[in-house]
Structures are given as structure tokens and as C-alpha cells.
Write a protein that binds this ligand. Structure first.
Ligand code: ADP
Length: 439
């Protein structure tokens, strides 16, 4: 306890003793000691109450709302109480001012951000946003506050994505304000189910991506015609091999093989560009998967005859899928052809099509060379191969699984890959229940 406080306490005790002592002395002098003691103690109490009232008045001074008001004059223990409260008030005011400056700085930095930041309440209504959000999403402060965000950002993709509540994937869409402005939106849920929405301007990235796609599509398209001519001549020459000197035979075979490879590559590139740059058909056909798999199985069996694979097809539930038959044929065929390519002599390949309450599933398993775990996350990237030499030797383009990924995405489906090096691999396509056709 500080020395000063101890002194003030002693002083206060002395004051009480003085009040009682004065009563006793007056009592000794004039008699009626009890009355004199009561009287002097009462005077002391009146002083205490007047100090209390002073304290009460001071604490309730409305001027405190802006800044602590200087305490009234007092002395002794009361003076210390007033000073103590005043010090606490000052300290609290300083702490509040510091907190406010931190909040102001945080808010200023969010306001200055080039990314749009929007706070959306749990019920989907707008609470606060920064100026960039006005520029990117077309919100207007303050008239839009309290409005449901889905009424203002009207893109159907946004409404569906926001209401579905699965924000693991980012959403890319044109800005509601201008078609040539592209935004990427991400949402983080915080607090009591409130949403922090961040919108980034990705117009430049989008344009570059579009340029890349157009470039690949144009190059592939431009190469197609000269290649068809070259292939035609090579075939004609190959058909007349006997009329040519024997040393040209090997060269012609190689030319035919490489032209064939280039043709496959260009076809895969064109298919990929189409899958990337066009919207899926809105009217989906009902595709008979059992029959489709049967055809692919027969084609693969014929193509990989020399490997003597056992290819089993188990169509457990012969349901149809809503989708595009050419695209599904291409995706399934790529997986089944891979199983044959990367499985050695007398290998076993199993194709299994079934339905459960989570949707429809196609699993293609092989007991081939398998894949090291570090490659698995990157397998669906274009031209990613675990062994380029083997892929090329097997006639691979390195684009098969990229095509699979895009086709599945266009059918709301996902790809799961399990593999063990030396034991084999299983590629499973999962289709959601809404993709199952009711015939
Ligand atoms: P590729 O034309 O090279 O087969 P894909 O995109 O179809 O290209 O496949 C990418 C890579 O994934 C392949 O090069 C191969 O390394 C690996 N892969 C795909 N399927 C299998 C499989 N069933 N078993 C082992 N490796 C596989």
C-alpha cells in the first residue's frame, strides 16, 4: 500500500477520533456526554455525505461523455478517492483512444484496398463494404445496406454459389457493373455465421487466359490442314512402298507413326480448347452408360490385343446419365485406354459402374505399374506425365486426364485417384444424383 494512502487512512481515523473526542470533552464540560458524541459524529457524517454527494454529482456530469472532467476539490482520503477515479478515467480514455486509432487504421486500410471487401450478415444481407466493392460489384453506400446481396449481385452463378454455402472453390464471373470487368470472389465465414466476401479484379488474368486458349485453339486449327496433307502423301507413299527403294520403308513407317501422333495431339488440343471455352449444353441427352462402356471395352481389347489383358465390365446398375455422350465417351475411353497402356502383359482391368445414395460412380482399376503418391495431385495437368518415354511409346499425348477433368467438371462430377506403385491404380468418377437420368 502506498505511504500516502496509509497517511490518509490514519488522518481519516484521526478525524473520527477527533469527532468522538470532541463529543467526550464537551460531555465532560457540560454533561450529556452521549448527546455530544452523537452530535459531533453526526457533523462528521454530514461532511462524509456531502463528499459522497459531490462524488455522485461529479460522476454523473454529462461532460464525462467526451473527456474526463477535473475532480472537485477535496482533501484527505476523499481527495485521494477523487484523484484515483480521475486517474482511472484518464487511463481508460487513453486506452480507448488507442483502440479507436487501431480500429480506424484497420478500417482505413480496408477502405484503401484495391480488392472489394464486403461484410454480409448470416441472413445474406449487406452490412458494410469498401469503395472497391462499389466499383467491382456495383454496390451503393448507404442505400444498399440491409439488402440481400443476391438481389444486387444478380449473376445466377453467384446466387447459386453463395446460397450453396460451399466456399472451398473460388467463383469467377463478369462484374455486375461491366461485362468486360472480370472478378474473382471468395468468401470466409466468421463470427456467428457472418460472411467476409472479397472480390478481386482478375480482368487482366482473364484476358491472358483467353489469349492463351485462343492461341492454342488457333495453332491447333492451323496445323490441322497441313498435317492432313502430309498424312495423305505419307499414306499414298506407304501404299506404294514396293515402287520405292527399300531404304525409304523404315523412314515412311516412322513418318506415318509421327504424323499419326501429331494428329492425336492436335485432336486432343482442339477438344480441350472446346471443353474449356464453351458452355456445357443446356439440353442434356440421356446417355446409356452400360452400352457406352461395352463399346469402349471392345475397342480397347482390340487395340491392346497383344497384351492379352482380362478386361471385366460390371454394370451393377444400368442407369443412364444426363450429359453429352461424345464428351463422356472421350473421358471414359481415356481412363480405360490408360489402364491398358500402363498395365503389362496379361494384366487385369476392371470397369465397375454402380449407383448409391451419393450418385452414380464409375471405377476403373488395373493391376499395372501404379503411380508414386507425389504425382497424384498433378496428373490432370496438361502434359504432366510420370514417365514421358513410356507415355510417348504407348502413344500418349499427355492430355488424356486433362480432358477427363474438364469433361467431369462439365458434368458436375469429380475424379478420385488411388494408386500404389507396382500394384495398380483405380480411377473413380463420381456423378451427383441429379445427373442420373430418369430414362
Ligand atoms: P498420357 O497420354 O501420357 O497417358 P494422361 O493425361 O492420360 O497422359 O495421363 C497422364 C499420366 O498419368 C500418364 O503419363 C501416366 O504417367 C499417368 N497414368 C495415367 N493413368 C495411369 C494408370 N492407369 N496407371 C499408371 N499411370 C497412369
Amino acid at each position: 500500500m502506498p505511504q500516502q494512502t496509509r497517511n490518509h487512512r490514519l488522518e481519516e481515523a484521526r478525524r473520527v477520533a477527533a469527532a468522538v473526542g470532541t463529543g467526550v470533552l464537551l460531555g465532560l464540560a457540560f454533561g450529556h456526554m452521549a448527546w455530544f458524541i452523537v452530535g459531533t459524529v453526526a457533523v462528521y457524517l454530514v461532511w462524509v455525505v456531502s463528499e459522497l454527494l459531490k462524488l455522485h454529482r461529479w460522476l454523473n456530469d454529462p461532460a464525462h461523455a467526451t473527456a474526463p472532467v477535473e475532480p472537485p476539490d477535496s482533501f484527505g482520503l476523499w481527495g485521494e478517492i477523487f484523484d484515483g477515479i480521475y486517474r482511472l478515467q484518464k487511463r481508460e480514455q487513453a486506452a480507448r483512444a488507442e483502440l479507436q486509432s487501431i480500429i480506424d487504421r484497420a478500417r482505413d486500410s480496408v477502405v484503401a484496398l484495391r480488392d472489394g471487401v464486403v461484410i454480409v450478415q448470416g441472413d445474406g444481407t449487406l452490412e458494410w463494404w469498401n469503395p472497391a466493392a462499389e466499383r467491382l460489384l456495383g454496390l451503393h453506400w448507404p442505400v444498399d445496406a440491409g439488402q440481400p446481396i443476391a438481389n444486387l449481385v444478380r449473376d445466377p452463378r453467384f446466387k447459386q454459389w453463395f446460397e450453396a454455402g460451399d466456399y472451398s472453390q473460388l467463383l469467377e464471373m463478369p462484374s455486375p457493373l461491366r461485362d468486360d470487368l472480370f472478378v474473382q470472389v471468395q468468401v470466409t465465414v466468421f463470427g456467428n455465421g457472418d460472411h467476409l466476401l472479397v472480390a478481386r479484379d482478375i480482368t487482366r488474368m482473364h484476358q491472358l487466359e483467353q489469349m492463351r486458349r485462343d492461341f492454342v485453339a488457333n495453332v491447333s486449327h492451323e496445323l490441322k490442314t497441313p498435317l492432313t496433307v502430309v498424312k495423305g502423301y505419307v499414306e499414298t507413299l506407304a501404299n506404294n512402298k514396293d515402287a520405292l527403294p527399300p531404304r525409304f520403308g523404315r523412314a515412311l513407317t516412322q513418318m506415318a507413326q509421327q504424323a499419326e501422333r501429331m494428329d492425336r495431339l492436335i485432336n486432343d488440343l482442339l477438344l480441350l480448347s472446346r471443353l474449356e471455352s464453351t458452355q456445357p449444353d443446356s439440353a442434356q441427352a440421356s446417355v446409356a452408360i452400360g452400352a457406352l462402356l461395352e463399346n469402349i471395352r471392345n475397342d480397347v481389347r482390340t487395340a491392346a490385343r497383344d497384351k492379352d489383358h482380362t478386361i471385366t465390365l460390371r454394370v451393377q446398375d444400368d442407369v443412364r446419365l444426363l450429359g453429352n455422350d461424345m464428351e463422356l465417351q472421350s473421358a471414359f475411353s481415356n481412363i480405360i485406354v490408360n489402364a491398358a497402356k500402363y498395365t503389362g502383359q496379361n494384366g487385369e482391368i476392371d470397369i465397375h459402374w454402380w449407383v448409391d445414395d451419393k450418385g452414380a460412380h464409375l471405377a476403373i482399376s488395373d493391376n499395372g505399374i501404379g503411380i508414386e503418391p507425389q504425382h497424384l495431385p498433378r496428373l490432370t495437368e496438361r502434359f504432366y506425365r510420370t514417365d514421358k518415354g513410356r507415355s510417348v511409346a504407348e502413344g500418349g499425348t499427355g492430355l488424356g486426364l486433362a480432358i477427363v477433368k474438364h469433361v467431369l467438371k462439365r458434368h458436375d462430377a469429380s475424379l478420385e485417384i488411388h494408386s500404389e506403385p507396382g500394384k495398380g491404380s483405380t480411377f473413380t468418377c463420381h456423378f451427383p444424383p441429379q445427373r442420373i437420368a430418369r430414362r
